[in-house]
Design a protein. Structure first.
Length: 255
């Protein structure tokens, strides 16, 4: 069931979004060669604690998961697309890292993701990450009253496919509010003019995911959570929580 948010609810979600943005900024600043993914998760926990916020990721267990998620961030490295569990892995020069994180504050959820390269970047990795953000920007630009879900999907897919990248089949964005995952789903590829009309008060997590090798196929890792590219190529992920308003899209997880 789709639930439209009031203007006051969107303001409350903006406060949650600020916490998510602060968390991701702190994790990005802490990420360096030799730092472990578990240490990054500790940085994120500290931001949430200082803000008096909770995590929608910690102990989350959807139907496909063999165990509850044990961390407050998803840390996906190189060929990991999404849902990476933070481990003792220490970052190496040139690693491509995607961090997905959320917060719950005063009963409202926020969700966002960033991708970046640690140390010296390969040109092909820089292009992949830049395209992920370009696809996110295109999706947000299409999130206007009068458009439809398919317009967002088409905008994202056009950027990803135009650059020659794959899109993990069956994964995309979602509605968000009191819960991290709400209706409607937001595919990363689709036909314009199709799907649910976009109305003032709809809040969406828009999140393109790109596979460098150009294919769409992936598989779960042994942990049952991490999704990896089948061809071993690298992946990138970018996400914002966005409110659709009569005055245009409003990014709630920006700093």
């Amino acid at each position: 069931m789709v639930q439209l948010k009031t203007d006051s609810s969107i303001e409350a979600m903006r406060e949650t979004g600020r916490v998510v943005a602060q968390l991701l900024t702190a994790v990005r600043e802490a990420a360096a060669v030799g730092v472990s993914l578990l240490e990054l998760d500790e940085v994120a926990r500290g931001v949430l604690r200082d803000a008096g916020a909770g995590s929608p990721f910690l102990n989350y267990r959807p139907h496909f998961a063999p165990t509850p998620f044990p961390a407050v961030i998803c840390a996906s490295v190189n060929d990991a697309i999404v849902h990476g569990i933070p481990t003792a892995h220490r970052l190496r020069d040139g690693d491509l890292v995607s961090i997905d994180a959320g917060a719950i504050l005063d009963g409202w959820a926020g969700d966002s993701a960033i991708s970046f390269i640690v140390g010296r970047a390969r040109p092909e990795d820089t292009r992949l990450v830049d395209t992920a953000y370009a696809a996110l920007d295109a999706g947000i630009a299409a999130a206007v009253v009068g458009n439809r879900i398919g317009d967002i999907a088409h905008a994202i897919g056009t950027v990803c496919r135009g650059a020659g990248y794959g899109i993990p089949e069956g994964f995309g964005g979602h509605g968000i509010g009191r819960q991290m995952h709400e209706d409607p789903g937001v595919p990363n590829e689709g036909r314009p003019g199709r799907g649910m009309p976009l109305r003032h008060g709809l809040v969406l997590a828009i999140e393109p995911m790109l596979i460098a090798g150009g294919g769409d196929v992936f598989h779960p890792d042994r942990d049952g959570w991490t999704l990896r590219t089948d061809d071993g190529s690298r992946a990138a992920h970018a996400e914002h929580t966005v409110a659709i308003t009569d005055s245009g899209p409003r990014i709630l997880t920006a700093l």
